[in-house]
Design a protein around this ligand. Structure first.
Ligand SMILES: Nc1ncnc2c1ncn2[C@@H]1O[C@H](COP(=O)(O)OP(=O)(O)OP(=O)(O)O)[C@@H](O)[C@H]1O
Ligand SMILES: [Mg+2]
Length: 401
């Protein structure tokens, strides 16, 4: 692989913010999270003074390491990797027109952005290995196989083109037509194969702009020689997939969802004919397979801990159900809880993630609310069982009297 661009691995934050330019993206492709620090023997660590600079340095590097933790190649990530890789292969030399794209639809913080970036990063890393000549700095013009655009709220078609133009470093002056034209020329010149639109639900859905946004995505899908992947929340009800009345606000239950019936007068759009829509749901414990997947993710996070006294596999074997209740099966909640607990375990010197440490962490509002509901339900169930037992005892006593 070519050497990392300036900025990568220098201890700052390359690849941690959302990429907005191709240079940011290259930084992300080369970014390696902090490696696991080498821990001196526990006795040596304990013998270090609290104010010892060496101890401070060690704990700071452990915190940096735990704050990144590992990203898990979950079964869902693998499934979408296969899907996207197949789409890219099927579209590579396809004639212009209706190239098939993919919309990944899922509730907030289910891991959509992380997933598409992990997959696109791996895709580019493999291209860099297989075709080093394409990335030769002496090559005329940059080769940019991946364009990653994180949309901002109420984004209009022109803003989408502007965002691609900025990403590819082409001039952004002029009318929408001029910019569109430059963007298409640049995408072809840069050999872009994959365009990712993250947070597509930010497309302006107003009556006036909704149709235009839709037409614009269709325009890009037709004219850019690329595979387009979109992610978003409730895309099913976005004007991308159906016209006919305003978008219907729908809450994600977080579990496998059945498609909503089309609204009266619903017309499937031209983008609906170009994109498949697949769901990314939180982990559910309603099947053996679901449990195995959840336990597998916990195991991969737990194995990466750099703590002195953490009991091996204790989270995986003893606390998997608790972790599901705490986080509502969300990978974001799980990742945050383990990250925060690891930092606290170092800070407080417990050096282990225990139930006590995890109980002391306050997660996001949404996760705490979901957990409160579970605990309330459980305590009601316990009270009911206790009452039932008392009633049975009383009935038995009355019967024998
Ligand atoms: N595969 C993964 N392995 C480990 N942690 C993950 C993974 N995917 C997501 N996470 C954790 O979940 C957090 C939220 O993920 P992400 O931002 O990708 O979700 P999202 O679905 O894009 O959310 P939103 O809808 O709010 O944009 C990440 O910051 C990370 O901590
Ligand atoms: Mg996201």
């Amino acid at each position: 692989m070519a050497p990392p661009p300036v900025g990568a691995g220098d201890g700052l934050h390359p690849g941690l913010a959302e990429p907005r330019t191709k240079e940011d993206w290259f930084g992300y492709v080369f970014y390696e999270p902090p490696s696991r620090p080498l821990l001196p023997p526990y006795e040596v660590y304990l013998a270090m003074d609290e104010d010892d600079a060496e101890r401070r340095r060690l704990n700071r590097s452990r915190n940096r390491y735990h704050s990144a933790l590992v990203l898990a190649w979950t079964p869902a990530v693998r499934r979408f990797e296969t899907e996207i890789t197949e789409l890219l292969a099927a579209n590579e030399m396809a004639p212009p027109g209706a190239r098939l794209g993919l919309l990944i639809d899922g509730p907030p913080t289910v891991g959509k952005s992380t997933l598409v970036k992990m997959i696109a990063r791996k895709f580019e890393q493999e291209l860099r290995e297989d075709f080093p000549e394409r990335f030769d700095p002496d090559r005329l013009g940059d080769y940019v196989p991946v364009v990653y655009i994180s949309l901002t709220d109420q984004v209009t078609p022109k803003q989408i083109s502007l965002a691609i133009a900025r990403y590819l470093n082409v001039p952004t002056s002029g009318t929408k037509d001029t910019i569109d034209d430059r963007v298409l020329t640049a995408l072809t010149a840069c050999g872009t194969q994959l365009i990712i639109f993250d947070d597509l639900h930010f497309l302006d859905c107003s009556f006036k702009e909704g149709r235009a946004s839709n037409d614009h995505i269709k325009f890009l899908a037709n004219h850019a020689p690329c595979t387009i992947i979109g992610t978003g929340v409730d895309l099913e009800n976005s004007p991308l997939l159906s016209e006919g009345g305003p978008a219907v606000p729908r809450r994600h239950s977080g579990r496998t969802r059945t498609p909503a019936p089309a609204a009266a007068g619903d017309v499937r759009t031209q983008t609906a004919g170009r994109f498949s829509r697949q769901e990314l749901a939180p982990f559910a414990l309603d099947s053996d397979d679901g449990i195995l997947q959840w336990v597998g993710v916990i195991r991969s996070l737990e194995r990466s801990l750099a703590l002195y006294r953490h009991e091996e596999e204790s989270l995986t074997r003893r606390h998997w159900r608790y972790l599901h209740e705490r986080t509502d099966g969300s990978i974001a909640g799980l990742h945050a809880l383990i990250r925060r607990s690891a930092v606290r375990a170092v800070q407080q010197g417990t050096e282990a993630i225990t139930r006590e440490v995890m109980d002391s962490i306050v997660l996001s509002y949404a996760h705490e609310r979901a957990y409160a509901k579970v605990t309330e339900l459980k305590s009601r169930r316990t009270a009911r069982t206790a009452k039932q037992k008392r009633d049975d005892k009383r009935a038995a006593a009355d019967g024998s009297a």
